[in-house]
Ligand binder design. Structure first.
Ligand SMILES: CC(C)(COP(=O)(O)OP(=O)(O)OC[C@H]1O[C@@H](n2cnc3c(N)ncnc32)[C@H](O)[C@@H]1OP(=O)(O)O)[C@@H](O)C(=O)NCCC(=O)NCCS
Length: 200
């Protein structure tokens, strides 16, 4: 499976990519802002790729992970994925990371538009959501940019393992949802805190 954009080819990640995946993923910031472990070794990369190869065989597919490559160079410099695909409620979660030396060149913006298009048009999803820590400036900016493009975005805060995360819901372009933040934000924080208190 391949998605082609102006500068990039998003493609399946293969065992031969393990060294490039390990080199680019072994970054403290990726470890801090995602569920990718840090330090990240070639063994981690091989396990990740093996899991993605098994995921590809599942029917229906619950995840699509694409290796991000620049057109004239077949090296995997990052990963962008749709995970937890739920065909019945037409939802999925987006996740991504990019090797440090390739950042701030619009690469994830470009890859994100392609994978959202794929999710909404090919997989016929209605909502794609993403979570970002409030201090993750780059990722929050990306969602902010999407708001001004095709996708309507609504935002709320969720509490996961005692960490408050910004949760962005990207709606199918024709779904007509307006950006909203504050009321939902306070509702979610207070609701999550309430449930945490009950659990204690
Ligand atoms: C977040 C991340 C994916 C951004 O990728 P990227 O390819 O650098 O993003 P882009 O170049 O497409 O940038 C999109 C916008 O965000 C801005 N931006 C990106 N990183 C930024 C940063 N660290 N600080 C401030 N602005 C930033 C860019 O300037 C751009 O804005 P502009 O169009 O107004 O210039 C990348 O920094 C990364 O992999 N971080 C670590 C892992 C991670 O946080 N994953 C996401 C978890 S939610």
């Amino acid at each position: 499976m391949k998605l082609i954009t102006k500068r990039l080819i998003l493609r399946d990640v293969l065992m031969k990519d393990a060294k490039d995946v390990a080199e680019n993923a072994n970054d403290k910031e990726i470890g801090n802002f995602t569920t990718v472990p840090y330090p990240y070794t070639i063994k981690n990369a091989r396990e990740f790729i093996k899991k993605k190869e098994l995921d590809k065989k599942k029917k229906p597919r619950e995840t699509y992970a694409f290796g991000i490559t620049i057109k004239d160079n077949n090296i995997v410099i990052g990963i962008i994925s749709l995970d937890d695909i739920n065909k019945s409620n037409k939802k999925a979660e987006i996740g991504y990371w990019l090797g440090r030396k390739y950042r701030q060149q619009g690469i994830i913006s470009e890859a994100e538009k392609a994978i959202l298009d794929f999710g909404f048009k090919k997989l016929k999803l209605n909502k794609i959501y993403g979570k970002a820590m409030p201090k993750n400036t780059g990722s929050n900016k990306l969602y902010d940019i999407l708001r001004t493009l095709k996708c309507a975005v609504s935002m709320m805060h969720v509490l996961i393992s005692d960490v408050v995360l910004n949760c962005f819901q990207l709606h199918k372009p024709d779904a007509g949802c307006k950006f909203s933040s504050a009321p939902q934000m306070f509702f979610w924080i207070s609701q999550s805190r309430f449930f945490m208190m009950l659990k204690k």
